[in-house]
Design a protein around this ligand. Structure first.
Ligand code: N01
Length: 533
């Protein structure tokens, strides 16, 4: 009998070398486990490796959007701006990889194609797109929530003679907009960050908008050295304080409801949040995400702002969203609305006249053709499940993850899913993830997974699997919480509504502190809701 090469034996296979994969590797090594990270990019950094479009930066403050597992690291790293740019965040990820000597266990430019669990050996057989095989006792998906791009199926896209880019797959070499007629499709966060910069260089810019979005000014600035010193004097205390806030981020909360105060008081509060800048606007009142009438007051304030900034009232009206504030992810910008006052910028409403096709020379809507040299697709991601479902993952029964999640993702705590033993997801659907500050959420998940694996190893246990009952009750709870909010009221990627055919299920879990409490409780009750054997 001829047998092929033996698979390389690992304890842990991690998919993705973004912030989750890097910290996952660090923790698994700390447990003495042979671990390898597989990363399809040519470098580490995950979302910050791919999203290199002009203006890309984080809209969580840099002192918060960073690791806290190492006091030395958080003390020695210096962020230059209030909101860090993509290149700076990428440098930070690379620094972490180097500082903790991670690169030797990261295999770049490698995708995991297939993973199948074998009950006889209680391990995963993993194969890569390079034809390599590994066995791993544990499989951890650190594939990120926003990493599989959503490329709309526009007729004729391949025929376009000009340059085409997707914001989430931006080239490494600079893109030159000078003298070009550029079209941007989409008006989500990526578009809102890139449009002001593209407009500065392009000969003309057409923005094809299907749904107007709310955006708050960033008021970005160099990081205030006094603020940095204050935070660093008690970084642990700063982190602990933020972890108690609803989104796990330092947005000053307000216990009051918006309708408990007069309009003048409300407007002063909204104005103050607008002047502070950033996502903290959503914490102006405790009921903004729960009470439609309360939310309407915030919407009115923001629409008024758009009309104050944008000189042409028709353009201002078109840029004014009518959905609930925060229902689609709130955006943070630098000069977005003001960009529509430029002579070279045109807003095209593709809700009333939808995009029909891309032609050789441009873009055709139901009522006009636009000649373009460059098309920028800022059309977002197959969020939260896209990357997991692109891998052929099979549990011991042969069921694939795609089959299991056909009606929408089902997880226990966003960490595990029944029928798939020794398998963990970092910031998976059903966890706070995108409704929280991602890096602290990642650390919380990785720490939980590492403690769980440590628990199994110490006891000589070989297998862990979420029970169907625990999963069902968690899924019901996630939906119950979502249904108390206004989130399900619009077509957002939180619901998968941006990807045609994707089941409409609200994927993240709202509430970082209660979530962490639940995870801790599950662990301290001997991993309640899991079968250990
Ligand atoms: O993607 P999006 P994104 N025809 O899905 C439009 C994070 N992020 O890359 O709303 C016409 O938000 C679509 O229209 P509609 C952040 O969490 C963070 O901008 O579906 N239009 C929408 O306008 C963010 O939320 C940062 O009607 C089409 C746009 O494309 C998430 O990533 C920066 C279309 C997609 O917007 C995703 O943001 C950037 C079609 N067929 C991103 N298909 C920061 O930290 C889609 N659209 C600051």
């Amino acid at each position: 009998m001829v047998s092929g090469p033996q698979p390389v034996a690992l304890d842990v296979a991690i998919v993705g070398a973004g912030f989750a994969g890097l910290f996952g590797l660090h923790r698994m090594r700390g447990l003495g486990l042979r671990t390898r990270v597989f990363e399809r990019g040519a470098g580490v950094g995950g979302t910050w490796y791919w999203n290199r479009y002009p203006g890309a930066r984080c809209d969580i403050e840099s002192l918060e959007y960073s690791y806290q597992f190492s006091e030395e690291l958080q003390q020695e790293w210096h962020w230059t701006e209030r909101f860090a740019t993509q290149p700076e965040i990428l440098r930070y990820a690379e620094h972490v990889a180097e500082r903790f000597d991670l690169m030797r266990d990261i295999q770049l430019e490698t995708s995991i194609d297939r993973a199948a669990f074998d009950d006889a050996t209680a391990s995963w057989s993993v194969t890569t797109d390079r034809g390599e095989s590994f066995s791993a006792r544990y499989l951890i998906l650190a594939t990120g929530c926003l990493s599989s791009t959503n490329l709309p199926d526009f007729e004729g896209l391949a025929d376009f003679a000009g340059e085409t880019y997707h914001t989430g797959r931006w080239p490494h070499d600079p893109v030159d907009f000078r003298g070009k007629r550029v079209g941007v499709v989409g008006t989500g966060s990526s578009a809102i960050q890139s449009i002001p910069l593209i407009a500065q260089d392009a000969a003309s810019l057409h923005v094809f908008q299907r749904t107007a979005n709310y955006s708050i000014p960033a008021h970005n600035a160099p990081l205030d050295p006094e603020h940095e010193a204050r935070v660093k004097a008690d970084y642990r205390g700063f982190r602990a304080h933020n972890a108690q806030l609803p989104f796990g981020a330092g947005f000053a909360p307000n216990e009051q409801g918006a309708l408990e105060v007069s309009q003048a008081e409300r407007d002063a509060e909204y104005e103050s949040r607008w002047q502070t800048g950033g996502l903290g606007f959503l914490s102006a009142y405790a009921d903004l995400l729960f009470d439609a009438e309360a939310n309407r007051t915030a919407g009115e304030f923001l629409r008024r702002k758009i009309h104050e900034i944008v000189r042409d009232p028709e353009v201002a009206a078109l840029l004014s969203p009518d959905q609930v504030v925060g229902c689609k992810r709130l955006c943070v910008d630098t000069g977005y609305f003001d960009t529509f006052n430029r002579e070279n910028v045109t807003l095209v409403d593709v809700r009333s006249a939808p995009i029909r096709r891309i032609t050789k020379t441009g873009l055709e809507t139901a009522d006009a053709h636009y000649d373009l040299d460059m098309l920028v697709l800022a059309t977002g991601f197959d969020a939260m499940t896209g990357s997991a479902l692109r891998i052929d993952i099979r549990g011991p029964s042969g069921q694939t993850l795609g089959e299991k999640w056909a009606e929408g993702p089902r997880t226990y705590l966003g960490l595990a899913t029944s029928g798939f033993p020794n398998f963990f997801t970092v910031t998976g659907p059903g966890s706070p993830s995108v409704l929280s500050n991602m890096i602290p959420s990642i650390e919380q998940h990785v720490n939980w997974i590492a403690d769980c694996i440590g628990h199994l190893e110490q006891r000589g246990l070989k297998r862990i699997e979420a029970t169907r009952e625990a999963e069902e009750s968690w899924v019901a709870h996630v939906n119950e919480v979502a249904d108390e909010t206004l989130y399900p009221s619009c077509n957002s990627w939180y619901l998968g509504a941006n990807v045609p055919g994707k089941p409409r299920v609200f994927m993240p879990y709202l509430g970082f502190p209660p979530y962490v409490e639940k995870c801790d409780e599950v662990a301290s009750n001997g991993y309640e809701g899991f079968l250990l054997s």
